[in-house]
Write a protein that binds this ligand. Structure first.
Ligand code: DHB
Ligand code: FE
Length: 280
């Protein structure tokens, strides 16, 4: 049986990883952000999940515009950190959990979510930065990782509702796995940010706060937010927030909010983090 220990949503800003890799976390610009990550790291140590499903988007690192999978699951034994132009981050190799990943692939596809299957894939900041945020700088990552990629780069991305329903299908898959495992699920990206164009740099704290407030208590209403609203309210890269709904869909209807951290700015992004647990 799988024990789902909780869900985490967090931004995946690359410069957060760079600040850690280059020893800058105690500098004035970064200190408050990283201080706010400490309780989340403690939660991760306490829960010590065997496996984490990390929902993230590839930023043209593993896939160019030649190939755009809407939803993809990584079933490999290992996923190397990607070279995003400055050489790969000096973080540990990411170890997969092929058995659970294949079970998820089979269950999701037979449940009518047509996943692309990746037998090999470098993983970029979308996945490694959340691991750094939650685990710090260990010699090796303390959990196995199943990468689950979502296209939020090239129009048309999936709707929030589709993502929320995928989360529910992930839960059904976890509930039908025979082995005893503790599992956490991370949704990454967001919050409000736009990296290019005339509105580059926009941050919308009201939108972000409302999103954080409703993620635990009223995800059905969040799942109905249309794409255009994400762009108008949260900037063009705010669409990454649909990945938080995959995490939320995997949890029970009733959850408790264990922790929340929100800090502006981290690079061009409003950095948010929230931890939810099933209320049982
Ligand atoms: C930034 C944020 C992201 O989510 C990303 O993928 C790349 C850059 C940023 O704020 O710099
Ligand atoms: Fe991103």
């Amino acid at each position: 049986m799988v024990k789902l220990v909780g869900g985490v949503a967090t931004s995946h800003v690359p410069s957060i990883g760079a600040a850690m890799d280059n020893g800058k976390t105690q500098e004035p610009y970064w200190k408050a952000l990283f201080d706010g990550y400490e309780p989340a790291r403690q939660w991760m140590r306490d829960k010590a999940p065997d496996v984490v499903i990390v929902v993230f988007n590839d930023h043209a690192s593993a896939f160019s515009l030649d190939l755009i999978p809407t939803f993809l699951i990584g079933v490999a034994d290992q996923f190397p950190p990607a070279d995003e132009g400055y050489g790969p981050r000096k973080v540990p190799m990411v170890d997969g959990h092929a058995e659970l990943a294949w079970h998820l692939a089979e269950s999701l596809i037979l449940d009518e979510f047509d996943m692309t299957i990746a037998n090999t894939m470098p993983v970029d900041h979308g996945l490694t930065v959340p691991l750094s945020i939650m685990c710090g700088q260990p010699e090796s990552w303390p959990c196995k990782v199943i990468p689950l990629c979502v296209n939020v780069i090239q129009y048309p991305p999936p709707t929030g509702m589709r993502c929320y329903k995928l989360g529910k299908a992930i839960r059904r898959a976890l509930d039908s796995f025979d082995e005893d495992l503790s599992v956490a699920i991370f949704g990454t990206g967001g919050m409000s940010h736009q990296l290019q164009g005339e509105r580059a740099g926009i941050i919308n704290q009201d939108f972000d706060t409302d999103f954080l407030n409703r993620l635990g208590s009223d995800p059905d209403s969040l799942a109905k937010i249309p794409h255009a609203d994400y762009i108008m309210e949260a900037g063009s890269e705010g669409i990454e927030l649909v990945m938080w709904l995959i995490m939320r869909g995997a949890l029970d209807d009733n959850v408790i909010e264990v922790y929340r951290h929100y800090h502006v700015p981290a690079s061009n992004t409003a950095a948010g983090l929230i931890i939810l647990e099933n209320d049982d």
